[in-house]
Design a protein around this ligand. Structure first.
Ligand SMILES: Cc1cc2nc3c(=O)[nH]c(=O)nc-3n(C[C@H](O)[C@H](O)[C@H](O)COP(=O)(O)OP(=O)(O)OC[C@H]3O[C@@H](n4cnc5c(N)ncnc54)[C@H](O)[C@@H]3O)c2cc1C
Length: 387
């Protein structure tokens, strides 16, 4: 592995930095888990796309730059350095997009990718059901074949951004006699189709980041299936690999939090427990270690390797690191951490409490950390399967 950036990579970084410095909104956008914030983030995505920066790793023909994974990492570093908005269509551009490139027909790619790139269409992920979370193979929502259509029935839940999204990608049981991961199909569902009911789920913070989605005999053309009928599990696993392995959480996100944590410690050093200095340094080192490990993974992938079970190690590491960073910040702030941003004494408190509430969910989404530990035990350590 060569740890130096090439001249071309440095030029790419400089170009990204210039564009972001000139275009990133001066004020933070409202949360994308509100209608107003969702639309503001879509407008930002459209601007990013116009500038050629929405989907840097996609092929040029679909609005990307054909950037390789190293350039993608560089772009992410610049993106977080610039304090740019969260990616409202991340389920589309980072998860479904790469899956469509691998499994989609030319017609499907032409139909879905350009509108995904501009966020004209925002996507929600429909894996979870009330009785199928960690045990995703227990999926019950069905896709009954009726000529050139599927008739969808069932309930999906915890669909992030589902309250406002335009489309859902999900797994449905297309073979009624099948069990577990066999007989599932990967289907793309327009959320404005007759028979779809989207019910937002209010969160602890009052926003509606999630939705339950009810499907009552929703008819979608068979052409909305991605991959072969009954082979949805393999298609979905490719998406899960991207999600937990790399694309969903680039290290730059955690390095940015670590830098903010170091600043917070410096501002408050005089008033806080000296042990918090070690905790802060440890967090910063953790973020750097995750970045280096990701560079190693990317080098391996560029050399023709594939993401395997070790993605589970990364998922546990980043989710626990994020939580530790936010807990450390709350300890530095002490009781002031609980102040709302508009409180008179809230100067310098920032949004650490909000970030902490979200960090608490890191060990749950993208496959819980307990499940990741099972995978590590079985697939990396070769231990016997748990009962
Ligand atoms: C912020 C956030 C965003 C999300 N976004 C989406 C989304 O967009 N689309 C979507 O489909 N889903 C989404 N989810 C749902 C998420 O995928 C599920 O919550 C997760 O898979 C766990 O499923 P569950 O909630 O049903 O818990 P369960 O599976 O019921 O698990 C409950 C507890 O039991 C443990 N457990 C279960 N089985 C085992 C086992 N075999 N061994 C050891 N421990 C076990 C789990 O680790 C967990 O601690 C999101 C969740 C969160 C928190």
């Amino acid at each position: 592995m060569d740890l130096r950036y090439t001249a071309a990579q440095q030029a790419f970084r400089a170009q990204a930095r210039r564009w972001l410095e000139a275009n990133v909104p001066q004020q933070p956008l409202p949360s994308f888990d509100t209608r107003e914030g969702f639309e503001a983030h879509r407008a930002w995505e459209a601007k990013l796309e116009k500038g050629g920066w929405a989907v840097v790793s996609w092929p040029v023909e679909y609005g990307g730059r054909g950037a390789d994974l190293l350039e993608w990492l560089i772009f992410e570093e610049e993106y977080y350095r610039a304090g740019a908005p969260r990616r409202v269509n991340q389920n589309g551009i980072f998860l479904l997009g790469p899956t469509l490139m691998e499994f989609g027909t030319p017609e499907q790619k032409a139909r879905y990718l350009p509108k995904m790139a501009t966020s004209a269409e925002v996507w929600a992920q429909g894996w979870s059901e009330p009785n199928a979370g960690s045990d995703m193979a227990a999926i019950q929502a069905s896709a009954r074949r009726d000529g050139e259509h599927y008739v969808l029935r069932g309930q999906k839940t915890w669909a992030s951004r589902g309250a406002f999204a335009h489309w859902l990608f999900g797994l449905f049981r297309s073979d009624p006699a099948s069990e577990r991961h066999r007989g599932l199909s990967f289907v793309l569902v327009p959320l404005d189709a007759p028979g779809v009911t989207v019910r937002p789920i209010a969160q602890l913070d009052g926003e509606t980041g999630f939705a339950e989605i009810f499907l009552d005999d929703v008819r979608v053309p068979v052409d909305n299936r991605l991959g072969a009928e009954g082979q949805g599990w393999a298609v979905a696993m490719a998406t899960a690999g991207f999600e937990r392995g790399l694309m969903l959480r680039s290290p730059a996100r955690f390095q940015a939090t670590a830098r903010r944590l170091v600043e917070l410690y410096r501002e408050n050093a005089a008033d806080c427990d000296p042990a918090l200095r070690d905790a802060t340094v440890n967090c910063w080192l953790g973020a750097e270690a995750y970045a280096l490990d990701t560079y190693r993974t990317v080098s391996r992938l560029l050399g023709g390797g594939k993401i395997g079970a070790e993605a589970s190690l990364g998922k546990i590491f980043w989710s626990e690191l994020d939580l530790r960073m936010h807990e450390t910040a709350l300890r530095i702030l002490g009781e002031r951490a609980e102040l709302l941003p508009e409180a008179p004494a809230a100067h310098g408190v920032g949004d650490w409490l909000d970030g902490h509430l979200f960090a608490l969910s890191g060990p749950i989404y993208a496959g819980t950390n307990e499940i990741q530990r099972n995978l590590i035990a079985e697939r990396i350590l070769g231990l016997p399967k748990g009962s």
